[in-house]
Design a protein around this ligand. Structure first.
Ligand code: MSP
Length: 640
């Protein structure tokens, strides 16, 4: 049952700082939307990634005594592994340092240029000498905190994008597509901004080194936003996914997405994304959570102590999506205990235990409490409608009022009394409340799956279902209940506030130190540890992926080398030079699934760039034997 394709994105995060729950907020929300869209029957792709070029990263790397590329690799990997730790189902992770990305940025530039929307001009601005960058928000005479002297006025040659020509086309576009920018308040902000008239935009720099070179004029690199936005296309290059159905972003980067990005695409004659949704900020200690403010909370300690669903539920229930909202450990644990442990968890275990106790675990035949059935169906429709608007808090509020209703209904029926009686009416009433509670829990599981996927699937199994949670809008009477319930266990054990908070804060400290060590000094080589052992984090640094060999050729003048093109799920295949020519003929390898080390620094071999390594085993002096798989596995899958 496919409803068509749905492609959504999170911003690609800067690698100047490690991931915090502000980043997790967007990624979790996007993943919940992806799950909801899958429930609706869409064939969904969700991408995230890292934005790795520009002065911010150059500066952060320098502060740690690292090369920008080396630094970007470390932090990009932190983001990738963070999403894995949170069990987020991400389909593509794009890095702006990926080889296919640079080509696409140039293609966008060339298309804009060919259509007459680019010119070479001079850019004059106030320049910070130490960080070698223009300071956009300074006035002449302002003091550079890094030198204690006024910023210098510097003029450099740049390519400019004729953004001024797009004022009218953009306003027309917003009018024709009233849902393009959401929520409404953000749309109004953008309209007001564009109506003032737009100025041309400098899109290249000669003062920055760490960026994608402009192929047509390599003394320039692309301005970071021209580079970054294009990642939404390069992430799914060759997959027929563009245009995106949704860019989910934080409100501070709205202008880039709702004004610059559509203008670049219009200029190139490329398709525009369908919707931009800007959510609010996650605040901590009354301020926007951010590295520069020094008030960050990392996601994995919360995941370790409370479970990832507790974090997902808190973020999406507590904060009205679109508005700002605060994080606090107290509120997190409080919500968990009241809504998850005492609310849903208690209802599930109570219902299942009654079915076990009064019916030996057998599900009664269909027997509805009609009022509750009507309410469950109404709730389901309202929840779907709310999810469709990305109104998570409203959706969850509706589910929790159904949970409350069911709790009350159980008290009204008092099954514990009914179970003691032998008269047929009591038996029938007992069946009715047990059936209704089980059917209600089936509906609830399906409604909460986007936000609480792991707990929903545990409850689903305890209800006796073998397969995954059924997709589609749940409607009472359209599904059969399993004949027997499954094994019962507590899904949301109660948590003691103080010790839980203490534990999260302790882990936060450890995590902070781990990250500082990761950035501060070179990791110890594995063999240096006494036992020759490496940590799981060391292993996680190696990005091993399933590759499919697309082409293979002998490298002229090198009898051991083959030049392979290997698809590792990034769109553009990787070029890999491998010393396997004595063991394999090129034609033997086409279509074969192999293991690729995907995050090695590129190397030149015989004039060819090798962007990775193929994994093979060999006995001493023996020929290499490629690692492979017995079962089907798509290219791009990660080995973990
Ligand atoms: N690299 C750019 C985005 C380029 S997209 C083509 C960038 N990166 S960022 O690392 O600063 O991430 C910004 C995004 O992270 C926000 O837009 C938001 O999605 C998320 N958040 C970061 N901190 C956040 C909060 N405190 N609260 C809510 N979202 C947060 O901008």
């Amino acid at each position: 049952m496919s409803n068509g394709k749905y492609y959504l994105t999170t911003p690609i995060y800067y690698v100047n700082a490690a991931p915090h729950i502000g980043h997790a907020y967007t990624t979790i929300a996007a993943e919940a939307i992806a799950r909801f869209k899958r429930m609706q029957g869409f064939d969904v792709v969700l991408t995230t990634g890292t934005d790795e070029h520009g002065t911010k990263v150059e500066r952060a790397a320098r502060a740690q005594g690292k090369r920008p590329g080396e630094f970007a690799d470390i932090i990009s990997n932190e983001f990738r592994t963070e999403w894995q730790k949170l069990s987020l189902q991400i389909d593509r992770f794009q890095r702006t340092t990926a080889p296919n990305h640079a080509k696409l940025v140039n293609a966008l530039f060339n298309a804009c240029n060919e259509n007459g929307h680019i010119y070479k001009g001079t850019y004059t601005g106030l320049y910070a000498v130490v960080s070698e960058s223009f300071v956009n928000d300074a006035k002449p005479g302002d003091i550079d905190p890094e030198t204690g002297k006024p910023y210098e006025e510097v003029t450099e040659e740049n390519y400019f994008f004729k953004l001024s020509e797009f004022t009218e086309p953009l306003l027309k576009f917003y009018e024709a597509n009233p849902d393009f920018i959401q929520p409404e308040i953000r749309r109004n902000e953008v309209l007001a901004f564009v109506k003032q008239g737009l100025s041309d935009l400098s899109i290249t720099r000669t003062s920055i080194k760490w960026g994608i070179p402009v192929e047509a004029d390599p003394s320039h690199v692309f301005y970071v936003w021209f580079d970054a936005l294009t990642a939404y296309i390069s992430a799914v290059e060759g997959e027929g996914r563009w245009p995106a159905d949704l860019h989910l972003i934080g409100k501070e980067i709205l202008r880039f997405h709702a004004v610059y990005w559509p203008a670049f695409l219009m200029a190139a004659g490329w398709a525009l994304p369908k919707k931009i949704f800007a959510h609010g900020w996650l605040l901590f200690e009354n301020d926007k959570m951010s590295k520069s403010r020094g008030n960050i909370v990392r996601p994995s300690p919360i995941e370790q102590v409370m479970g990832v669903d507790a974090l997902r539920y808190f973020l999406l229930r507590e904060i009205v999506f679109g508005q700002d909202g605060s994080f606090s450990y107290d509120a997190l644990v409080g919500r968990y205990n009241s809504d998850l442990a005492n609310g849903l968890g208690n209802l599930a275990s109570r219902t299942l235990n009654m079915v076990q106790q009064y019916r030996g675990g057998a599900t009664p035949a269909r027997c509805d409490d009609v009022d509750f059935r009507v309410e469950a169906d109404e709730t389901a429709a309202a929840v779907w409608e709310a999810y469709d608007r990305f109104d998570f808090s409203r959706a969850l509020e509706r589910v929790w009022s159904l949970i409350g209703r069911l709790d009350k209904l159980i008290v009204e029926y008092a099954p514990w009394k009914l179970a003691k009686s032998d008269d047929p009416e009591s038996k029938e009433r007992l069946d009715r409340i047990l059936y209704s509670a089980l059917a209600g829990l089936h509906i609830i599981c399906r409604l909460i799956e986007p936000v609480l996927p792991h707990s929903a699937s545990l409850i689903w199994q305890q209800l006796g279902n073998a397969g995954p949670i059924s997709p589609g809008l749940p409607r009472w009477g359209t599904f059969d209940l399993p004949k027997h319930i499954g094994e019962i266990s507590a899904v949301f054990p109660r948590v003691d506030l103080k010790p839980a908070i203490q534990k999260m804060q302790d882990l936060e400290e450890l995590e902070k130190n781990r990250q500082a060590a990761l950035l501060g000094k070179k990791p110890e080589p594995a063999a240096a540890s006494a036992e020759g052992l490496i940590s799981i984090d060391d292993f996680a640094k190696v990005d091993l992926r399933v590759g499919e060999v697309k082409s293979a050729e002998v490298v002229k003048g090198a009898d051991k080398l083959l030049h392979l093109k290997v698809d590792i799920g990034e769109g553009e295949p990787r070029s890999i030079v491998a010393g396997i020519a004595l063991a394999y003929k090129p034609e033997q390898l086409i279509g074969r699934k192999v293991v690729i080390v995907a995050n090695l620094q590129p190397r030149k071999l015989r004039g060819l760039t090798s962007q990775g390594m193929i994994v093979a085993a060999a006995t001493d002096g023996g020929l290499p034997v490629l690692a492979g798989f017995h079962e089907e596995i798509p290219a791009g899958s990660r080995l973990k």
